[in-house]
Ligand binder design. Sequence first.
Ligand code: FPP
Length: 248
Amino acid sequence: MNQLSPSTVPAHVAIIMDGNGRWANARGLPRAMGHRKGVEAVREAVRTATECGVSYLTLFAFSSENWSRPQSEVSDLMGLLKTFIRRDLAVLHRQNVRIRIIGDRTNLASDILPLLLEAEDTTRNNTGTTLVIAFNYGARDEIARAMQTLAADVVAGRLDPRDITPERIGASLDTAGIPDPDLIIRTSGEERLSNFLLWQGAYAELMFIPDFWPDFSRETFLDALSRYSARERRFGGLQATKTLAVGS
Ligand code: FPP
């Protein structure tokens, strides 16, 4: 394993956790078992991010399109998220992890929203890694909601349309204040973004890893960080750089 230098550790890693169902199928297990095992991989990923000094870790936990899955699977996933917050919140708080939730919060079940708000509230002043949970999240929906806010400001005379800049749009997204992802990882060998961080990921390095999410271990994560450190980022310019300004 290559040594990771703090200067080449990405500030923000975002992960599309894919392949829980296939992991379970390959073992003749119900899909729910894949999701359950996936939560263990979530815990390990958060620990590894904290250990390596990754400042932001965004995990795609439930997309706005996932509601179309069978009702039993949707309720399994909801149950796992609720249990994760109930059981792990104290541990995450002790690890100085701050939790942020992105995604559409309207019309969420009354037993989910208060838990998400509690997780954000309890960890608000923590200064370690920020765990961003994308829940009921879809990038196009996020951008549309931001546009509605900006349009309402224009109609109310609070905003000049000429002030709708990329910075202003970025600051109107759910991820306001969070730097753009440096690295987006997708597991399970699929090579697409599936409506994840489409605006914020404009200059992200993409990494597609063959392992199913439940097999995403500390070693897999360290290897991804090591491979990222060898990438050359140019942001449309000519000179290679390793960093991207917050909000750019
Ligand atoms: C993709 O696998 C995974 C998901 C849709 C959900 C990910 C959720 C978790 C890992 C658990 C809850 C999350 C947290 C943060 C506690 P898939 O079902 O699409 O797999 P497949 O493509 O093999 O069918």
